[in-house]
Design a protein around this ligand. Structure first.
Ligand SMILES: [Zn+2]
Length: 216
């Protein structure tokens, strides 16, 4: 059959086919190279994933204190509320504490003020609480109250059951003042930790502590 009799390909498609054919080998090499590196990356990620999964149970087994919180907290996105964000300029519609509420004992809180405080840490041991340490705070509540997330303060500054949030403690949630001590005077907080090692590791910090009250 004469060549002219064939229906010619549309002018636009012809160069595209030639181009594809000419570049096909290199395109294939590039594509297979990319796929290979993706597979290797996938394998590496899978290995990381298994390693992470194996490491996790060890961490879960670590806490000795499985304290039953007497005060049940259901905090949604509480970590987002920091004293900084609470102190920032109010949003146009509603205050930050109303949008992402800080909750204690099932009730919404609102910030009252921030105080710059010396923050030290203690644990229920005899070194920290003396030879008469018996697991009961000065307020009469057990050290296991609120999952051990509680603090000692000068009750002239912050009376018992005042609620405070301390950056870096209890995931930034509001915790109650349930204890006091002869060494805890003025703008000084002593935060309770489950172990002596954790209390020692905290050291001394000077932090902006937010005081909260019930919003209802
Ligand atoms: Zn201790």
């Amino acid at each position: 059959m004469p060549r002219q009799a064939q229906a010619p390909l549309p002018a636009t498609s012809r160069p595209r086919i030639r181009l594809l054919r000419r570049h096909n080998p290199s395109v294939l090499i590039l594509a297979s190279g990319a796929m290979l590196s993706l597979l290797m990356l996938g394998a590496a990620l899978a290995r990381e994933g298994t390693r992470g999964a194996q490491a996790r149970p060890a961490r879960i087994a670590e806490p000795i204190f499985q304290a039953t919180p007497l005060l049940v907290e259901s905090v949604h996105n509480a970590a987002r509320i920091t004293p900084d964000s609470a102190a920032a300029a109010p949003p146009p519609q509603a205050p930050a504490w109303a949008v992402h509420p800080m909750i204690f004992n099932g009730r919404v809180l609102r910030p009252v003020r921030t105080i710059r405080m010396k923050v030290t840490a203690y644990c229920p041991c005899r070194l920290c609480c003396g030879s008469r340490a018996h697991g009961i705070t000065a307020s009469g509540m057990s050290v296991y109250t609120n999952g051990m997330d509680l603090v000692a303060a000068d009750t002239h500054v912050l009376p018992f059951w005042s609620l405070v949030s301390i950056p870096g403690y209890a995931h930034g949630r509001a915790v109650p003042v349930l204890d006091r001590g002869s060494q805890v005077k003025g703008n000084h907080l002593d935060i309770l930790m489950p172990t002596h090692a954790q209390a020692m590791a905290w050291g001394v910090h000077y932090l902006e502590v937010t005081v909260w009250t019930y919003a209802d």
